[in-house]
Write a protein that binds this ligand. Structure first.
Ligand code: PGA
Length: 229
């Protein structure tokens, strides 16, 4: 798998801010093929982001931050694989610790989201935490595990400006492979231009929250990542 950089915009940005971000990003990188960047905007921004990234060839791709654990039907507020089917969405983050904390998503919900994503042709990126890897892995059916990417996202390292020690991350990535099998792995938690290379040296990609919001910081991060690809 090519190294992936996920820009997790969370609940930030309106349409105008999204357009400005993409315009500035493309102006800065030009036609240089840098690392593959997947923008995960809030659902209402998908159309505008899709429109803007068409100009970017394969350098920018589209993802979502979650999706409904339920299929098409009477589930008010749920955004399903079918709702997303008109969009070129490659990846869905599922089970982010903020979804588990604020929206009370359980391992069982995450397992259903994985099934819904795969049915829609979307690769799920399952976020896990160190102490719960075994139970989080046990909730996912064995036959679908290899179709998922698994991201180590230590909640204590999210949004604090200091990423987890790389040796500690490597240990957890080994545990992920023990419990999930030979999956691609990612790391997320205060990834920045200063540390991105260290994480990409030990896994297949990174999830970037805070430093994906300011386009200048994100351009520096992608350039730093691209220097080792
Ligand atoms: P952060 O967020 O980069 O702000 O730590 C990462 C994430 O929550 O995915």
């Amino acid at each position: 798998m090519n190294k992936l950089i996920i820009a997790n915009w969370k609940s930030h940005k309106n349409s105008q801010e999204a357009v400005t971000w993409i315009t500035e990003y493309l102006q800065a990188v030009g036609s240089r093929q840098l690392a593959t960047v997947v923008i995960c905007p809030a659902f209402p921004l998908l159309s505008i982001v899709e429109e803007e990234i068409k100009r970017a060839g394969t350098q920018l791709q589209l993802g979502v931050q979650t999706l409904s654990p339920y299929p098409e039907g009477s589930y008010t507020g749920g955004v399903t694989g079918k709702n997303l089917s008109g969009f070129p969405i490659k990846y869905a983050i599922v089970g982010h610790s903020e979804r588990r904390q604020y929206f009370h998503e359980t391992n069982n919900d995450v397992a259903k989201q994985v099934d819904q994503a795969l049915e829609a042709g979307i690769t799920p990126i399952i976020c896990v935490d160190k102490d719960y890897i075994t139970s989080q892995a046990a909730a996912i059916a064995d036959e679908v595990k290899s179709k998922c990417i698994v991201a180590y996202e230590p909640p204590g390292s999210i949004g604090v400006g200091e990423g987890k020690d790389v040796a500690a991350v490597t240990e957890v990535l080994t545990k992920i492979k023990k419990d999930f099998g030979e999956v691609s792995t990612m790391y997320g938690g205060s990834v920045s231009a200063a540390n991105v290379k260290d994480y990409l040296a030990v896994c297949d990609g990174v999830i970037v929250g805070t430093d994906s919001l300011d386009v200048s910081k994100f351009i520096e991060l992608v350039k730093a990542a691209s220097s080792i690809l």
